[in-house]
Design a protein around this ligand. Structure first.
Ligand SMILES: [Zn+2]
Length: 277
């Protein structure tokens, strides 16, 4: 099926009050697994490439973007490709060149006024090229250990931020934190509901790997539209590789341990998609 556009997947979910899942791709196996898992659940999906993942690929977006886009285009369900946590403007520009339809521009480390100014420029640039732009307000903790998970996005400030920048979706801090390997975060559902009424664009939950299925379902009911999941897949992938290597210390063919690792990601994707239904 033709490559889906993130704007359409998010708009469909927003209109119908459901959630759309966005999973982080690190290598080709991740893209294949995420699509296989979404096909099994018969749900649309967003494949996202973070600035950190691009750094891993020697700072080159084009090869991993081409591979991810090809996997999304070959999917039997609607699948789009998205850039996640982009701080470098040149990477946003490279994304447009690679045919990626959306990006999360992350200026949340800046103070409010500078975040607004940088995000407004990025949103205008993106809109001129038909790209959908997500931004973040109230830094979602956990990245680089910079912030504790106590940060919260203020609804009035969020509404003002969206009006001032013109972004299409807003990542909010409501209790989740990046890079959690256990699913023990507790979300502030009242705040999600307040943000949903105050903010006129879809809300995005980052750091969702640390949030249990039932909490994710409640987050969607309370008003979250896009849910980002990265670490959960890394936990599954690495555990499967570790298990295989522990069981066979003579293996040399990487397909022997990458295949179960890819299956583990696909199963996790199917499970999360089923849980928020
Ligand atoms: Zn994030």
């Amino acid at each position: 099926m033709p490559l889906a556009r993130t704007a359409d997947l998010v708009a469909d979910a927003y209109r119908s009050g459901t959630g759309v899942l966005a999973f982080n791709v690190i290598t080709l196996e991740y893209a294949e697994a995420i699509v296989a898992g979404a096909e099994k659940a018969n749900r649309p999906v967003i494949l996202q490439l973070s600035e950190n993942a691009v750094k891993f690929h020697h700072g080159r977006l084009a090869p991993i973007a081409a591979a991810t886009t090809a996997v999304a285009t070959a999917a039997a369900i609607p699948a789009s490709v998205h850039l996640d946590h982009i701080e470098a403007e040149k990477l946003l520009h490279a994304g447009a060149e690679a045919g990626i339809s959306s990006a999360m521009f992350d200026a949340a480390k800046l103070d409010y006024a500078a975040n607004v100014a940088a995000t407004k420029v990025a949103a205008e640039w993106a809109h001129q090229r038909g790209m959908f732009l997500e931004a973040e307000l109230g830094e979602v903790g956990g990245k680089d250990g910079a912030h504790a998970p106590g940060v919260r996005t203020d609804p009035a400030e969020a509404a003002a931020f969206v009006a001032a920048t013109g972004v299409d979706a807003l990542a909010v801090a409501v209790g989740s934190s990046h890079a959690m390997s256990e699913r023990t975060a507790s979300l502030d559902f009242d705040l999600i509901a307040q943000l949903r009424s105050a903010v006129p664009v879809p809300l995005v939950l980052h750091g969702s790997s640390g949030v249990a299925d039932e909490e994710l379902r409640k987050a969607v009911s309370a008003g979250i539209t896009k849910i980002n999941i990265g670490t959960l897949l890394n936990v599954q992938f690495t555990a499967a590789v570790r298990d295989y290597l522990a069981s066979d210390d003579t293996v040399t063919d990487p397909r022997k341990y990458l295949a179960p690792a890819r299956n583990a990601i696909a199963d996790a994707v199917t499970a999360v998609l089923g849980a928020i239904d």
